[in-house]
Design a protein around this ligand. Structure first.
Ligand code: SAM
Length: 211
């Protein structure tokens, strides 16, 4: 198994962000980790930065490298669920979620639960960059069956192991519309391959609250 990470994926996503909301966007990073894979790179280019993670060691590293960022040891999915609509807006929402199922009793899967509430952070002009997995690695393994079932529920299909990127864009656009958010521009960027499988992308959206 050969994993190839595309180093230009985040710079391309950031280019999309700058084009739509300008440089140094105020940012909320729902899964900032230690910053080692992407969040540190992002933080160096943003204005105010609010990050969340549940791993204390990762948080300590992030805080040490970026003492001016605000990093909370808090469940970001739960934070979003209880957030009052419109009480906190930002120019960039970054969702570098874990893949598969995670959380207490498997409460969460990918970014699916954050998508139920992320509209609360969207204002007149907000960009969102989120991990999307059109073709999960190991989709046919029996141990991944519960993950595949959650994907089918979220994407409304019988088989979520090989989804077309444009079709996914349509699905996300529909989910935003259902929460009163319009998509002004969008783009997807390949983030990594495993062998020949382009399993993960950054999906970038320029969003606006419908008036
Ligand atoms: C893909 S990693 C993020 C990597 C990070 N963006 C970076 O650049 O290093 C996912 C992170 O989500 C964190 N996490 C998992 N569940 C969480 C939750 N409910 N709320 C906040 N963070 C969570 C994990 O501790 C892990 O660090």
């Amino acid at each position: 198994m050969r994993r190839t990470i595309h180093a230009d994926a985040l710079p391309k996503a950031y280019e999309f962000v700058s084009e739509h909301v300008g440089s140094k966007p105020n940012t909320i990073d729902l899964f900032c980790g230690s910053g080692g894979s992407v969040s540190s790179w992002l933080r160096e280019r943003t204005g105010e930065f609010l990050g969340f993670d549940l791993d204390q060691a990762a948080i300590d590293t992030f805080r040490k490298n970026h003492p001016d960022a605000t990093i909370k040891n808090q469940d970001s999915v739960e934070w979003l669920r209880t957030l009052e609509e419109g009480s906190q807006e930002c120019s960039l929402i970054f969702i570098d979620n874990p893949l598969s199922i995670y959380g207490e009793n498997g409460a969460y899967c990918e970014h699916f639960e954050t998508l139920e509430n992320v509209h609360k952070l969207v204002g007149h002009s907000t960009t969102l960059v989120v991990n999307v997995v059109p073709r999960p690695y190991g989709a046919t393994s029996p141990e991944n069956a519960p993950w595949m079932a959650r994907r089918c529920d979220f994407y409304g299909c019988d088989d979520a192991s090989d989804l077309a990127c444009d079709k996914l864009m349509e699905i996300y656009t529909g989910k935003f519309a259902a929460n009163g958010i319009s998509v002004k521009a969008s783009r997807y960027i390949s983030r990594a391959h495993i062998d020949d499988l382009d399993y993960i992308y950054f999906y970038c959206f320029h969003l606006s609250r419908a008036s």
